[in-house]
Design a protein around this ligand. Structure first.
Ligand code: SF4
Length: 72
C-alpha cells in the first residue's frame, strides 16, 4: 500500500498523526508520511489505522493506492 498526503489540501489538523502515528507525523504544520512507512503499513493493525486516518482526514488529503480490497 502506498500512502501519500497532498500538502495542498492538508490544513494541519494533525488527526492522521494522532490516529496512525506509525505512519504519519506532524511536521511544520502538515501531516507527513514517515519515511519507510510503506513497510509499517504491511501490519494489518497499522493498515487499518491508516485507512481510518484517510477516511477521517477532514481535508481528504490522504491518498491510499494499491490497498488490498476490504475483507468481508
Ligand atoms: S488529518 Fe488530513 S488535514 Fe489533518 S494533518 Fe493529516 S493530512 Fe492534514
Amino acid at each position: 500500500m502506498k500512502v501519500s498526503v497532498d500538502r495542498s489540501l492538508c490544513y494541519g489538523s494533525a488527526e492522521c498523526a494522532y490516529r496512525a502515528p506509525d505512519v504519519f507525523a506532524f511536521e511544520d504544520g502538515y501531516g507527513v508520511v514517515r519515511p519507510g512507512a510503506a513497510e509499517a503499513a504491511g501490519d494489518p493493525r497499522v493498515r487499518e489505522a491508516v485507512r481510518e486516518a484517510a477516511e477521517r482526514c477532514p481535508a481528504l488529503a490522504i491518498a491510499l493506492t494499491g490497498a488490498e480490497p476490504e475483507a468481508g
